[in-house]
Design a protein around this ligand. Structure first.
Ligand SMILES: [Zn+2]
Length: 166
């Protein structure tokens, strides 16, 4: 997987736009937090400038991943649909100052870079969207699960029984 690198300040100044699809399996930290690493994320990155002239990235990440329910320990589908605005500081020391001026909880200030890894931003965004303790709203009935398993994988003994009765 090639890293997707942008000059974040130029990207914002020029109002550039990029989007793409990335497999969960290509994002190791996210993959680790999912049940099976399946699924893919659609992402959109838009550069721009905020009212005070700061470079600003708007990132949207959407897609379905499989999470492990911590109550019944089976996988369930979770829809990631997350958007965030990132203001780019030119230096580490500016971050707090900009944060204080903006007074906007919906905006994050991060250190901008001429070699910013977009995949890392996407992965961070997806990770933040995951619930801390993933759980079904209502866990499936354990008996239903057993029945599901039984129909999915017929036991060799059942097959043997059918053979005998023939
Ligand atoms: Zn559950």
């Amino acid at each position: 997987m090639n890293p997707l690198v942008i000059d974040s300040f130029a990207f914002c100044r020029l109002g550039e736009h990029r989007e793409g699809v990335i497999a969960v399996a290509d994002l190791p930290r996210l993959e680790e937090d999912t049940a099976d690493g399946s699924g893919e994320l659609h992402w959109v990155l838009q550069g721009g400038t905020d009212q005070l002239g700061h470079a600003r990235l708007d990132l949207q990440v959407k897609g379905k991943v499989q999470l492990m329910c911590q109550r019944c320990l089976t996988a369930f589908a979770f829809e990631i649909d997350s958007t965030s605005s990132l203001i780019l500081a030119k230096a580490e020391v500016e971050i707090e100052g900009i944060d204080a001026i903006l007074e906007d909880e919906g905006v994050d200030v991060i250190l901008g870079s001429a070699v910013m890894d977009v995949l890392e931003l996407i992965e961070d965004e997806a990770l933040l969207a995951l619930p801390l303790a993933p759980k079904h709203d209502v866990c499936p009935d354990p008996e239903d699960l057993e029945r599901l398993k039984a129909t999915a994988k017929p036991s060799p003994f059942a097959a043997l029984k059918n053979l005998k009765s023939m």
